[in-house]
Design a protein around this ligand. Structure first.
Ligand SMILES: Cc1ncc(COP(=O)(O)O)c(C=O)c1O
Length: 391
C-alpha cells in the first residue's frame, strides 16, 4: 500500500521502546508541572532561570503588543522589522559585545541558516560529534565539506585541520589559503550538560584562521557573570542562542560581525523568507535579558542546587558531572530508562527519558534540569527517589 513506511516505522519505533508521545501540560513553571490533573515536581524544564511567568516580562509583552502588535505582519526585509526588534538586537550586541545581531524564528532555523550560509563550497565545517540536530542538518545540506570530531576532542579536531591543510597543499589546483574553516561547538551540550573547552577551541580557531561558531542555547543566561554565555570566556566569532530556554520567550538570535550579518540579510533563505518574530515577544525578550544581566542570584542558585544534587546521589548512579543546569544520569537500555521514569513519576517527579536517536545507542538517560525555581527540599527529595529506584 502507498505510504506503508509510515505505519511500519511507527511499529518499529514501538518495538524498540523509542515510541514518543506528547503530554498536554495544563500549567508549568521552573519547579512544577501539571499533567492530567496531577502536579509533579518538574525536572525537565529548560526554564533554567525561572523567568517564565515573571511579572515584568509579562508586563513588557502586554506593552509590546499595544505599541507594536502581536504580529510582525511581514518578513524583516519587507515591513516586519520594527523598533522592538531593533531595540532587542541592540541590547544583545551590548550584552555580548558583538557588532551585529539578527533575530530568527527559532534556534533550529538560526543554526540551519548559519550552517548553510557559512557552508560555501570553499568551506570546511568541523562539528563536535554531539552537535544539535539543527547544526548537523544545516551542515549536511550545505555545499561545504563536513567533518565531525569526537566529542570535546580538540586533539582530533586539530589533526583534521592539519590533514586538510596537507591535502590542500599536495593538490596543485588548490591553495590552502582558499579553504575557509568553521569550528562549530555548543557551549553547554544539550544532552550531557558538559561544557566545551571554549578557551582552547577559540585558540585553535585563531591559530588556523578559522571562524569559531558557538551554539549557546544552554549557556546563555546561565554562564558568565552577566549570563552572556560562552563569549564571556574567550573570543567567539558567531554566537547563536535560542530565547526559548533561560530567556523564557521564543525565537533566537545570531550575533556576529557586520560582514556576516550583511551576508545573511542578503542571502539567508531562513531569514529572508520567514515572518519576523512577534514584536511583542521581542519587547518581552529585551526585558528578560535586562533582568538576566542583573539578577545574579539565579545563576548562583543553580550552582548551589547542582552541587547539592551531585553530593546526594549515591555512587551507583552514573551522573555526568558538570557545572551547568543539565545533569544527565545514564541508564543505557531504553526499557530500563522508561521504567525508572515511571517509578519517579509514581513518586511525583516529572523527568523525561531521553532515548536514541537523540542520544547514541545504549546511552538512554534521565536528563535532570535544575532551575533557580527549585528549592533545597526538592533536590533532596529527587536524590532520595533516584537513589531508591536506580538499582
Ligand atoms: C543545542 C540546541 N540548539 C538549538 C536548539 C533549537 O532551539 P529552538 O528550540 O529555539 O528551535 C536546541 C533546542 O531546542 C538546542 O538544544
Amino acid at each position: 500500500m502507498a505510504f506503508d513506511f509510515l505505519v511500519e516505522n511507527i511499529a518499529q519505533q514501538k518495538q524498540r521502546a523509542r515510541y514518543r508521545v506528547r503530554q498536554c501540560v495544563a500549567e508549568q513553571n521552573g519547579r512544577h508541572v501539571k499533567i492530567n490533573d496531577v502536579t509533579y515536581l518538574n525536572f525537565s524544564s529548560n526554564d533554567y532561570l525561572g523567568l517564565n511567568h515573571h511579572p515584568e516580562i509579562n508586563q513588557a509583552l502586554l506593552e509590546g503588543a499595544e505599541r507594536f502588535g502581536t504580529c510582525a505582519s511581514g518578513s524583516s526585509l519587507i515591513t516586519g522589522y520594527s523598533y522592538a526588534h531593533q531595540a532587542l538586537e541592540n541590547e544583545i550586541c551590548d550584552w555580548l559585545n558583538q557588532p551585529k545581531c539578527l533575530l530568527f524564528a527559532s534556534g533550529f532555523s538560526a543554526n540551519s541558516a548559519l550552517m548553510q550560509a557559512l557552508g560555501h563550497k570553499s568551506c570546511q565545517l568541523y562539528l563536535d560529534k554531539l552537535s544539535h540536530a539543527s547544526l548537523i542538518d544545516g551542515a549536511l545540506s550545505s555545499e561545504a565539506k563536513v567533518k565531525r570530531f569526537l566529542h570535546n576532542d580538540i586533539t582530533q579536531l586539530e589533526r583534521f585541520i592539519v590533514q586538510s591543510q596537507s591535502a590542500a597543499n599536495s593538490d596543485i589546483n588548490s591553495i590552502d589559503d582558499e579553504i575557509n574553516r568553521v569550528i562549530v561547538s555548543e557551549g553547554v551540550f544539550s544532552m550531557d550538560g558538559d561544557q566545551a573547552d571554549i578557551a582552547n577551541l577559540s585558540k585553535i580557531a585563531q591559530q588556523y584562521q578559522a571562524l569559531f561558531y558557538v551554539d549557546d542555547a544552554h549557556s546563555i543566561g546561565v554562564v558568565g557573570d552577566k549570563g552572556q554565555g560562552s563569549s564571556s570566556m574567550a573570543n567567539v566569532d558567531v554566537v547563536m542562542a535560542t530565547f526559548g530556554k533561560s530567556i523564557a520567550t521564543s525565537g533566537a538570535f545570531v550575533a556576529c560581525d557586520e560582514n556576516l550579518a550583511e551576508y545573511l540579510v542578503n542571502f539567508s533563505r531562513h531569514y529572508i523568507y520567514s515572518t519576523a518574530i512577534s514584536p511583542a515577544l521581542a519587547w518581552a525578550t529585551k526585558k528578560s535579558i535586562e533582568l538576566i544581566q542583573t539578577q545574579h542570584w539565579r545563576r548562583e542558585k543553580i550552582t548551589e542546587l547542582s552541587h547539592l544534587l551531585e553530593s546526594k546521589l549515591s555512587e551507583k548512579v552514573q551522573l555526568i558531572k558538570n557545572a551547568s543546569s543539565i545533569h544527565a544520569i545514564v541508564i543505557g537500555d531504553e526499557m530500563a530508562t522508561l521504567d525508572v521514569c515511571q517509578k519517579l513519576r509514581d513518586r511525583g517527579i516529572w523527568l523525561s527519558a531521553i532515548r536514541p536517536p537523540t542520544v547514541p545507542n545504549n546511552s538512554s538517560r534521565l536528563r535532570v534540569t535544575v532551575t533557580s525555581s527549585h528549592e533545597i527540599k526538592d533536590i533532596n527529595y529527587l536524590a532520595d527517589c533516584i537513589n531508591e529506584v536506580i538499582e
